[in-house]
Design a protein around this ligand. Structure first.
Ligand SMILES: NC(=O)c1ccc[n+]([C@@H]2O[C@H](COP(=O)([O-])OP(=O)(O)OC[C@H]3O[C@@H](n4cnc5c(N)ncnc54)[C@H](OP(=O)(O)O)[C@@H]3O)[C@@H](O)[C@H]2O)c1
Length: 288
């Protein structure tokens, strides 16, 4: 079993979580819609992640929808005291599996209650507001109205901490004028580095940065440089991609997703990789 604590911990709201966590999106059915093919395997992945020391799980009630949270509850409830489950609101699934914005007061309130019920908790520890001005990339637009609704739900005690997802630096600045922002979750990995400056800025401000698609998402990363480095280190390319993120900045928290026990074990073992400055420079050239 890997010692996933060796890269230290990061403060997320009132908790400290290990740098390597788990993203639960892959536990729903194909296209993150409906039930998984093998519910038993999904339960086993979650239980092994936590037994291996993972104490940070990323989810949303719009994965499935509802299915992923219900599987998390079945696998892990009553939750270990140190487990931090982070969820997100702001999107709604169509009956055709489409991803639609859900920013109205009614939709956000409903989403918070759906998460509470399906996860089986009294309060959501961290909720990310997922911006949907463009489904796939951060795009400018005011988040004042939806974030104010989430901040009201926080004042009512239903939400402990608030984060932002799929957002621009201007939206983060706007958000911080409305409420405390504890984390930012955007697309970032070895090959997609639009947020390089943002990560360093957030590190200086003590805000956690949680890259989604750390392995490349639905199309896992492929690069000859990555494969060469991995072969030299006796590791897999995706382990090197995770290790590179762990080295990237101290505020980066990883939530790689998998529906497979073998991949989970491989991903957790990535913490054993120490990358030299020369190897990091070589990997940095992939996105250049
Ligand atoms: N805020 C947002 O908008 C947003 C968007 C997307 C995702 N997320 C969050 O971020 C988390 C991570 O993203 P993600 O799961 O979509 O993408 P990811 O972690 O970059 O990659 C997951 C993909 O890689 C495969 N994989 C995982 N480990 C592997 C390994 N060791 N070897 C080979 N293939 C491997 C998985 O397939 P297998 O199942 O076969 O292992 C899956 O297809 C999600 O779970 C979710 O919680 C947030």
């Amino acid at each position: 079993m890997s010692n996933i604590e060796q890269f230290g911990t990061v403060r997320l709201g009132q908790r400290s979580v290990k740098r390597l966590g788990y993203g639960a999106m892959q536990l729903a059915g194909p296209g993150v819609f409906g039930p998984p093919k093998d519910r038993g395997a999904a339960l086993a992945v979650l239980r092994e992640a936590v037994a291996s020391g993972v104490n940070h799980i990323d989810t949303s009630d719009f994965y499935g929808p509802h299915v992923t949270n219900q599987i998390i509850r079945e696998a892990l409830h009553p939750y270990p005291g140190d487990l931090l489950i982070v969820t997100k609101v702001g999107a709604r699934r169509g009956t055709d599996a489409s991803w639609n914005p859900a920013f109205s007061r009614e939709e956000l309130t409903q989403a918070v209650h759906d998460n509470l019920r399906n996860l089986g908790v009294e309060v959501l520890e961290v909720v990310n507001l997922r911006a949907m001005f463009d489904t796939h990339h951060p795009a400018e637009g005011s988040i004042e109205a939806p974030l104010s609704v989430l901040a009201e739900l926080q004042r009512k005690g239903l939400v402990r901490h608030i984060g932002l997802s799929n957002v621009t630096p201007a939206q983060i600045a706007q958000g911080r004028r409305i409420c405390d922002i504890v984390c930012v979750q955007n697309l970032y990995n070895l090959a997609h580095r639009d947020d390089d400056a943002l990560i360093d800025d957030l590190a200086r401000q003590g805000i956690a940065y949680v890259p989604f698609f750390p392995l490349g998402g639905f199309t896992p990363l492929q690069s000859s440089t990555l494969s060469d480095v991995a072969a030299r280190l006796g590791a897999t390319p995706l382990q090197v991609a995770l290790a590179w993120l762990l080295h990237r900045a101290p505020n980066v928290l990883l939530i790689p997703g998998t529906s497979s026990l073998a991949h989970l074990r491989e991903n957790l073992a990535a913490v054993q990789l120490s990358l030299s400055p020369q190897v990091l420079a070589e990997l940095d050239r992939i996105a250049a």
